[in-house]
Design a protein around this ligand. Structure first.
Ligand SMILES: [Cu+2]
Length: 421
C-alpha cells in the first residue's frame, strides 16, 4: 500500500526539482538578455541604467553616498549588551501532537500516515531532537517557558533581538550527545564567535566556538553594526537566522536553528523589537530529513517497532517516511495558531533551510503583504534564505498559510493563521 504510493512520489520530487531549476535558469537568462538588448554594455548605456535604477529606487546607487550605505557607519558599541542564556537540549519532538490533520479536520489519511504513523520499521511523528532553549541565567536551572501566543514558534530557538549599536552575548551550553555550536548570520563575529569549524588559519582559543562538547559551554559575542541592521530599502527591522554549524547538515536536521531580529537604531522598544510593528511572526519552512539526523539509530530503537529497516540509509520508503515537511516543526496544521488583530502592523519573517527539495513558496490566504515594496501573497524561499513580509490584515477569519509546492502540500506543509477583530 505505502510502497505503491511512495515510489512514484519519489520520482516526481526529482523531476519537479529539475523543472523548477530549469525554469529559474530560463527566467534569469531572459532577464539578462532583455536588459542587454535595451542597454547594450557600454558607457552611456551603463550611465542610463544607473540613472534608471536611481530613479526607481529613489536614491543614488553609485558614488560615495551609495558605498557609505553599503558599508554602514562603523560600530560604536554605544548601545546595550543583551545577554541570552541558551542551551542545546535533547527533547522528544512531536511533529503532529494533536494526532490528526488539523487542516482537513479529519483523521490522517493514508498519504499523511506515510509520514506520521509509527509501526514496524516506521518512526512516525515523534523524534528525538536537539533544539535551542532559553534560560533565565548562567545556572541554567530555570528554563524560560513561552507564553501561549508564542507557542507557534515550535522547535525554533529563542528569538534573539537587538538594536543597531548593541552587542549580543550568548552564554551557550550544550547538553546534546554530540558537539554543537551557534553560528549567526548577518551580525559581526570574530573567529572565536563564528561557531563553524574549517581551516581558517586559527587555533587554540579561537577554535573553542567551533563545536562545544557535550556538557561544555562557550560565550559567543556578536556586535551589531549598522550593516547588520536594516538597509536603505528595508523596514525598521531585519531577520537573520542562527544555527549550529559544527556538522551543519546533521545539526540543523536535529533542530538547532532559530531567528534573530535586528532593529534600526532608534526604532526599537526596550526588548529590541521595532516600535512600529504590533505583531511579529517567525516561520521556518523546512523538510526535516530525519534520516540524516544524528539521532537516527536512537529514533528507530525508541519509536519504531520491529522489523527495523535493514539498511536505514538506503531504503527509499523508510527515507520518505522521515521527510518531515514542517513549518516550525509541525505538519498537517498542528502548529499552534498564529493570531493577530485586523489592522495590526504585522511583520512576517519567513525562512528556509535544507537541501534541493527546500524550495518553498509560502502562501497566505485571505490577506496580502508587501515584500521589498512589492505586493505579494506568495514569497519564494530557497535553503538558507530569509524574507521579510509586512501585512496589515483587513480580512477577519482563520486562513490557510501553506507551501504552494504541490508535493509539499500532499506531505503536510500547511498551517493556519487567524485574524480577529
Ligand atoms: Cu515547500
Amino acid at each position: 500500500m505505502q510502497g505503491q504510493d511512495v515510489r512514484p512520489r519519489l520520482r516526481r520530487v526529482g523531476i519537479f526539482g529539475a523543472i523548477v531549476a530549469a525554469a529559474i535558469a530560463v527566467i534569469a537568462g531572459l532577464g539578462f538578455t532583455v536588459a542587454g538588448l535595451l542597454w547594450p554594455v557600454g558607457s552611456t548605456a551603463d550611465a542610463a541604467t544607473s540613472a534608471m535604477q536611481s530613479m526607481a529606487m529613489g536614491r543614488a546607487v553609485t558614488g560615495t553616498p551609495y558605498w557609505n550605505d553599503v558599508a554602514g557607519t562603523p560600530f560604536h558599541g554605544d548601545g546595550v549588551t543583551r545577554t541570552y542564556y541558551i542551551s542545546a537540549d535533547e527533547v522528544v519532538w512531536d511533529y503532529a501532537p494533536s494526532h490528526r490533520n488539523e487542516i482537513t479536520g479529519e483523521p490522517f489519511d493514508a498519504v499523511a500516515d506515510t509520514y506520521v504513523k509509527s509501526g514496524p520499521g516506521r518512526i512516525g511523528s515523534r523524534y528525538l531532537k536537539c533544539i535551542y532553549r532559553s534560560y533565565t541565567n548562567a545556572s541554567f536551572t530555570h528554563r524560560i517557558t513561552r507564553p501561549a501566543d508564542q507557542a507557534y514558534l515550535g522547535l525554533l530557538g529563542p528569538v534573539i533581538r537587538a538594536e543597531v549599536g548593541d552587542t549580543i552575548k550568548v552564554i551557550f551550553r550544550n547538553t546534546c550527545p554530540f558537539p554543537t555550536s551557534m553560528h549567526p548570520h548577518g551580525v559581526f563575529y570574530g573567529k572565536g564567535s563564528e561557531g563553524a569549524p574549517y581551516d581558517d588559519g586559527t587555533k587554540g582559543k579561537l577554535k573553542l566556538d567551533d563545536g562545544v562538547p557535550t556538557g561544555d559551554r562557550h560565550t559567543y559575542t556578536w556586535p551589531v553594526p549598522e550593516r547588520a541592521g536594516p538597509g536603505p530599502g528595508d523596514g525598521s527591522s531585519v531577520m537573520w537566522m542562527y544555527h549550529s554549524h559544527t556538522d551543519e547538515v546533521a545539526d540543523t536536521y536535529a533542530g538547532l536553528i532559530g531567528p534573530m531580529e535586528i532593529t534600526r537604531r532608534g526604532d526599537a522598544r526596550p526588548d529590541g523589537s521595532p516600535k512600529d510593528v504590533d505583531k511579529e511572526f517567525f516561520v521556518l519552512y523546512s523538510v526535516m530529513n530525519e534520516t540524516l539526523s544524528p539521532f537516527l539509530a536512537a529514533n528507530i530503537k525508541r519509536f519504531a517497532a520491529p522489523p527495523y529497516p535493514a539498511h536505514p540509509d538506503d531504503d527509499e520508503e523508510f527515507g520518505e517516511s522521515n521527510l518531515m515537511h514542517s513549518i516550525n516543526g509541525y505538519v498537517f496544521g498542528n502548529q499552534p495558531m498564529m493570531t493577530m488583530h485586523r489592522g495590526d502592523h504585522v511583520r512576517w519573517y519567513v525562512m528556509s533551510m535544507g537541501t534541493e527539495v527546500d524550495l518553498h513558496t509560502p502562501h497566505w490566504h485571505g490577506n496580502d503583504a508587501l515584500v521589498n515594496g512589492m505586493r505579494m501573497d506568495v514569497v519564494s524561499l530557497l535553503p538558507g534564505t530569509m524574507v521579510v513580509a509586512d501585512m496589515v490584515p483587513d480580512n477577519v477569519g482563520t486562513w490557510l498559510f501553506h507551501c504552494h509546492v504541490n508535493d509539499h502540500i500532499r506531505a503536510g506543509m500547511l498551517t493556519r493563521y487567524r485574524v480577529v477583530d
